[in-house]
Design a protein around this ligand. Structure first.
Ligand SMILES: [Fe+2]
Length: 429
């Protein structure tokens, strides 16, 4: 079903599948036996490498101990590129693998989902499957997705996001593919694997969770089964993100964020997203910046933009954030939710506008470092009028935009984008 159809005033909504999951400390140790039960013999492990953590060696060692053969593709980039996917597909075919295991955050899982779809179609380009349920062959190789960040939820969702590098360098294209066929076979979330996630990424990923939770709660899709889980994910994020960020080996904080990210992804899986994600995708397309960072910067502006059409929903969000709203109007409660989100952003040390994002502070952002033709000159986020225009155009074409509760046109969205790039959060308080 296309999203345009979903958004029609029609009583039938679509619930998208989740995989079976293993959640909790120590879950990584049973990946080997679980893989054997699923019939894995030779698996392609897809990862960014997680260098410095030892996680990939630890997990691959465990898989080998249980008798699995493994081939490792460890070159998945942040904001995975189409060539990452196709290189992995070639390796899978060359080494006659029969299954996939992704280890990492959303980039590794997303690239892996794209590779499975490509393998199921004789190695056709992943870019052919942009859009909604474009798979013609629903039988993909089986896939265990092991998360090492609390943010993406890609291990449990039906979405994957890829940057198309075949386009005109002046107009890079990052797209979302939603596909019931790409859902992993088994999701593994172990909070002890998050211990090595650096401070800045923990904070940024946490705002991906807050976006995944809040966007379906106010979405035009208004998908009833998502609403309760969305609020619970918001509550868990507000309760645990500070601790997970600043005390990385605190198990309750990490476990709280594990459940927040897992629940939030299941909320948006059928409940939809909005232009926090559209802006995030657009800025990544042009600058290769981190998805969670982009969401964090966009979220307060988009909440402020959307509030006038759903104050009551934002008042519910305020209560989920722990705000005592008794005696407040819905408008006041919604404003308190926004202030609380800005406080959380500042408490976990996230930059407040895109022009403040610098390579030195955020090493995972490859500003100016390539590796593709798009990013060689993009060493600083410009934020000038031309930049605002091209990002706004990308936002309007994003698959997440139709779910946004407030109508999006060039004229309504452009000031939001401009504020994300150049504005002060103090304007929203
Ligand atoms: Fe996201």
């Amino acid at each position: 079903m296309q999203v345009e159809e979903l958004l029609k005033p029609f009583p039938i909504k679509e619930f998208h599948p989740f995989p079976r999951a293993l959640l909790g400390p120590g879950a990584w140790e049973i990946i080997g036996p679980e893989a054997l039960k699923l019939g894995f013999q030779r698996s392609l492990v897809m990862t960014s490498g997680l260098r410095g953590s030892g996680t990939v060696d630890k997990l691959v060692g465990s898989l080998k101990y249980h008798g699995l053969e493994t081939v490792v593709y460890d070159k998945v980039e942040s904001n995975p590129k189409d060539y990452n996917v196709m290189d992995a597909v070639a390796m899978y075919q060359r080494d006659k693998c029969d299954s996939f295991i992704s280890i990492g955050g959303g980039s590794s899982h997303d690239a892996c989902k794209g590779a499975r779809v490509s393998v199921a179609h004789d190695g056709r380009s992943v870019n052919e499957f942009e859009g909604f349920n474009k798979s013609e062959n629903p039988k993909n190789p089986p896939h265990i997705a092991v998360s090492t960040t609390a943010g993406t939820g890609s291990e449990t969702s039906w979405a994957y996001v890829i940057t198309d590098t075949t386009t005109d360098p002046s107009n890079p294209h990052k797209y979302v593919a939603f596909d019931d066929a790409c859902v992993a076979t088994l999701a593994v979330d172990d909070p002890t694997l998050y211990y090595d996630c650096p401070i800045a990424y923990t904070a940024q990923c946490g705002f991906d969770v807050l976006a995944h939770a809040s966007e379906p709660y106010v979405s035009r899709l208004n998908f009833e089964p998502s609403l309760g889980s969305a609020l619970r994910a918001i509550q868990l994020t507000v309760q645990n993100l500070r601790q997970a960020t600043w005390n990385p080996v605190d198990l309750p904080g990490r476990e709280g964020m594990m459940y927040a990210q897992y629940i939030a992804a299941q909320a948006f899986n059928s409940g939809g997203l909005g232009i926090v994600h559209s802006i995030s995708h657009a800025v990544s397309a042009f600058y290769d910046t981190h998805h969670g960072l982009n969401n964090a910067i966009a979220l307060p502006r988009v909440w402020a933009f959307n509030m006038p059409v759903c104050y009551e929903r934002f008042a519910d969000i305020a209560r989920a954030m722990g705000i005592d709203t008794s005696g407040m109007t819905s408008v006041k409660a919604a404003e308190a939710a926004l202030a609380s989100a800005i406080r959380l952003l500042r408490d976990v040390g996230i930059p407040e506008r895109f022009v403040d994002v610098k390579q030195a502070s955020y090493p995972k952002n490859r500003l100016g470092q390539g590796p593709t033709k798009f990013y060689e000159q993009a060493d600083v986020i410009k934020g000038d009028a031309e930049d605002v225009d091209r990002i706004t155009r990308h936002v309007l074409g994003d698959a997440c935009t139709p779910g946004n509760p407030k109508e999006c046109t060039f004229d309504t969205v452009r000031p939001v984008v401009d504020h994300c790039l150049n504005g002060s959060l103090d304007d929203l308080l």
